[in-house]
Design a binder for this molecule. Structure first.
Ligand code: BDR
Ligand code: CA
Length: 378
């Protein structure tokens, strides 16, 4: 059964009361703390703050940052990533250049939200640090093979680099600890009514990732829409006198200004920081299992993420009945046309969840964490 937006919204409010907060879905890691991560990113205003948050978080051992085209072209996302590691004083972290465009589509950017330079117009010096020579997909393959079962991919841009790595080496999804994704939505899109930006830009790549078998936590618009930046956040950042908080305040102030100029009454959402924060503290979100697939053929809906669940809209089933419903659920697509040779719209015979989807968030605790870490107080 494919759930409707209304069912989803009703169900997550009810589920918070019924199930409480649940842990996200990553394989257990032998090395508990700090955890090895690779951050794949397209900075991007919220990417920039997410990177700074990650570099200020002792729970993370950042194996590398990989840049991808998305919010702005790669010629800007790569130097923007390098700028962030310089600001944080973390030039020990390798930054690898990734894909300059989606797998099979032309690049669509989001300069309307991130400004022409990707940082909301906030200007920083040219980075002195050079990227590593190895392309992002190869860099990922090497790190995942070097530390089997230990590395989590935190993806906060289009999924082109990840899909390229998985296409190059089919064992990688099984060697990773998991994937924490900012992307997708079960409650409508932000670039089209159907699609969230990161999945919209490269739906084919997103489909490869969701079908790869890697344990996924999807932190999508369902929760990131509730992470609105305010003037007060900016004032707190500006008051802390260290390079990271000053840079974060500058980017955030520009982003707020940019949003105002576009006529928005509220500030931008900190989508990407929520994915990083959820990795640091899984109790910030409530999750629910889904089989997620990605629309790639739709004329209007490409990039839409569809969530299949046996208990959509009916959260009061007993665990036994839920199990029974799951065993009967098939993954059904659109009915075949008269011209089609297909006889059945069933895509998969048997439901099996491939992602935990965040549907509830404690926004206040999220911002407490984000602002404290960026200010140097957390
Ligand atoms: C996502 O799209 C980008 O514009 C943001 O950086 C974020 O990763 C939100 O839809
Ligand atoms: Ca991003």
């Amino acid at each position: 059964m494919r759930i409707t937006r209304r069912q989803f919204v009703t169900s997550y409010t009810a589920a918070l009361a019924v199930t409480g907060l649940r842990k996200h879905r990553l394989r257990d890691s032998p090395s508990s703390s700090p955890s090895r991560v690779i951050i794949d990113t397209d900075p991007g205003v919220d990417d920039a703050l997410a990177l700074l948050l990650a570099m200020r978080s002792p729970e993370l051992k950042i194996e590398g940052v990989t840049a991808v085209a998305g919010n702005v072209p790669l010629e800007l996302t790569l130097p923007n990533a390098l700028r962030m590691i310089e600001i944080a004083g973390r030039t020990d972290i390798p930054v690898a250049p990734g894909a300059s465009g989606p797998l099979v589509r032309r690049l669509v950017t989001a300069t309307y939200a991130h400004g022409e330079n990707g940082l909301g117009g906030a200007v920083f010096p040219e980075p002195q640090t050079k990227p590593v020579a190895q392309p992002a997909a190869e860099f990922m393959r090497d790190r995942l093979r070097k530390y089997p079962g230990e590395v989590t991919l935190i993806t906060i841009g289009p999924l082109t680099n990840i899909a390229s790595a998985f296409n190059m080496d089919h064992e990688l999804p099984h060697l990773a600890r998991g994937l924490m994704m900012m992307g997708g939505s079960l409650s409508g899109g932000n670039i089209t009514p159907a699609a969230e930006f990161n999945v919209y830009v490269d739906p084919e790549a997103a489909r490869v990732v969701f079908q790869s078998g890697i344990p996924i936590t999807m932190v999508g618009l369902d929760v990131t829409r509730r992470t609105t930046l305010t003037e007060e956040h900016v004032r707190t950042l500006a008051a802390a006198e260290n390079p990271v908080s000053q840079a974060a305040a500058k980017i955030a102030r520009n982003a707020l200004q940019h949003a105002r100029e576009q006529g928005f009454l509220v500030g931008p959402n900190m989508h990407d920081s929520l994915a990083v924060a959820t990795f640091i503290d899984p109790s910030l979100v409530a999750c629910k299992d889904y089989y997620i697939d990605v629309e790639t053929a739709g004329e209007l809906t490409a990039g839409e993420t569809l969530g299949y669940s046996p208990n959509a809209g009916d959260l009061r089933r007993t665990p036994e009945k839920e199990k029974e419903a799951a065993s009967k659920l098939t993954i059904r697509g659109s009915a075949p046309t008269l011209a089609s040779t297909r006889t059945s719209p069933v895509i998969r015979d048997q439901y099996a969840p491939n992602a935990q989807v965040a549907f509830g968030v404690d926004s206040r605790r999220f911002f407490d964490l984000l602002i404290a870490r960026l200010s140097g107080h957390g």
